[in-house]
Design a protein around this ligand. Structure first.
Ligand code: PEP
Length: 261
C-alpha cells in the first residue's frame, strides 16, 4: 500500500512565536484525534510532513519528538555537504538535527533562484546519500499547459532530476506534482486534471523502472489545495495526498486537509 501523506510548506512565513503557536495547535489537534479516535480511527491519520523555515527546525523537532507519524523537513538544501558556502545549509546538517525530508525543486526555487534540473538532480542525490527523503517537485507553467506541453514538461523534469537514478535510490523519493499556475493562485487543478497527470507520472515510473515501483511510489498534488477541495482531489486513485502551501499556515485548515482521506 502506498503511503498517504499531507505535507505543509510554510515557505518564508511566520515569526518564531507564530511558528511555535501553529506547531502546538496542530499537536493538540493530533493528540485529540489520537485520544478520541476523532472522526477516523487512530491508525488512519496519514503521514504528516512539515517544512518550516530552517530557523524553526529544532523547535518543531522538539514539539513533535515522539510523534512517529509526523516528520520535519526543510524547504531546500545546498548541493554540497560542507565547506566555504556562506549562508547555506547542507543535507548533512539537516539530518544531524533530526530532519528527515527535504523539498527539492519547488517552482519558487526554480523561478527565483534559477535552479535547473541538473542542479536539482545533484541535490536529490546528495539528500539521499545523507539519509534525507527528497520530495521532488515538478509541474508545468500556464503557457505550457495551454499549448498542450504539460506532459512533455513534467516528463523532462523527472527524466533529468530523478530517472537517471537506480531503482533502489529513486524508490525512496516522493514526487509532488505542482502545476505552477495553481500555486498560491487560488486556482486548483481539477481532480480530473490532477488524476490525469498523476497516472501519467506513475506510468513513466513503470516504464523507467517497474510496475512494482510505480505502485508503491507516493505522488502528491500541490497547488491551492485547501480544506474545501482536498477530499475530492485525494479521492482520485493516483493522488496520494497533498503538498500544501497557504492552507498549511492555519492549524484548523491544515488539520481538515489531514482528515480529508
Ligand atoms: C506550494 O507552495 O507548494 C503550494 C502548493 O502552495 P499553495 O498551496 O499556497 O498553492
Amino acid at each position: 500500500m502506498r503511503k498517504k501523506i499531507v505535507a505543509g510548506n510554510w515557505k518564508m512565513n511566520l515569526s518564531a512565536e507564530e511558528a511555535m503557536a501553529l506547531a502546538n495547535e496542530l499537536k493538540q489537534k493530533i493528540d485529540h484525534q489520537l485520544d478520541t479516535g476523532g472522526p477516523r480511527q487512530n491508525g488512519a491519520l496519514p503521514r504528516i510532513l512539515l517544512f518550516p523555515p530552517y530557523v524553526y527546525l529544532s523547535g518543531l523537532i522538539e514539539v513533535f519528538r515522539n510523534y512517529e507519524g509526523l516528520s520535519i523537513g526543510v524547504q531546500n538544501i545546498y548541493q554540497e555537504e560542507k565547506g566555504a558556502y556562506t549562508g547555506e545549509v547542507s543535507p548533512l546538517m539537516v539530518r544531524s538535527m533530526g530532519g528527515t525530508h527535504t523539498l527539492i525543486g519547488h517552482s519558487e526555487r526554480r523561478m527565483h533562484f534559477n535552479e535547473d534540473d541538473e542542479l536539482l538532480a545533484k541535490k536529490t542525490a546528495l539528500a539521499l546519500k545523507n539519509g534525507l527523503i527528497p520530495v521532488y517537485c515538478c509541474g508545468e507553467m500556464l503557457p505550457e499547459r495551454e499549448t498542450g506541453k504539460h506532459f512533455q514538461v513534467v516528463a523532462e523534469q523527472l527524466k533529468k532530476g530523478v530517472f537517471w537514478m537506480k531503482e533502489e535510490e529513486a524508490g525512496n523519493i516522493i514526487i509532488a506534482y505542482e502545476p505552477v499556475w495553481a500555486i498560491g493562485t487560488g486556482q486548483t487543478a481539477s481532480p480530473d486534471q490532477a488524476q490525469e497527470m498523476h497516472a501519467y507520472i506513475r506510468q513513466l515510473i513503470a516504464d523507467q523502472y517497474s510496475n512494482k515501483m510505480a505502485d508503491r511510489m507516493t505522488i502528491l498534488y500541490g497547488g491551492s489545495c485547501n480544506a474545501k477541495n482536498a477530499a475530492e482531489l485525494f479521492a482520485k486513485e493516483d493522488v496520494d495526498g497533498g503538498l500544501i502551501g497557504g492552507a498549511s499556515l492555519k492549524a484548523d485548515d491544515f488539520f481538515r486537509i489531514i482528515q480529508s482521506f
